[in-house]
Design a binder for this molecule. Sequence first.
Ligand SMILES: [Zn+2]
Length: 134
Amino acid sequence: MSDARRDWAHKHSTAIIRENQAVFVEDLCVRGLARTRLAKSVHDAGWGMFTRMLEEKAARYGRTFVKVDRFYPSSQICSRCGVRGGPKPLSIREWTCTACDAVHDRDVNAAKNIHAAGRAEWLNACGGAVSLPS
Ligand SMILES: [Zn+2]
């Protein structure tokens, strides 16, 4: 691990924690960043180290940090009605829910689901009665 990579991870994890009251990440997955200019940097820095830093800083700043199970099929579930469609090849960027006809951008829909699942797990941990859609 080079110092430059460590610096990058420190800088960005601090910024994310400062700007967000709650942080939800999909475990071991850079899907949400795959099409942004941060993607390569996150890969270089190491996703594991980056999420560990986020977790530590969230604790230090009193933020909520939730890791969503990596097997949660975030790209298959309709973020509007919760119906789970089939697996979608990565080449499919946009799809229409067969149940409610909502049209989804693949990444935006996945991000909404990760956020919802993270929130559900957080509420569960606090004694709420929220369950993940299956
Ligand atoms: Zn739907």
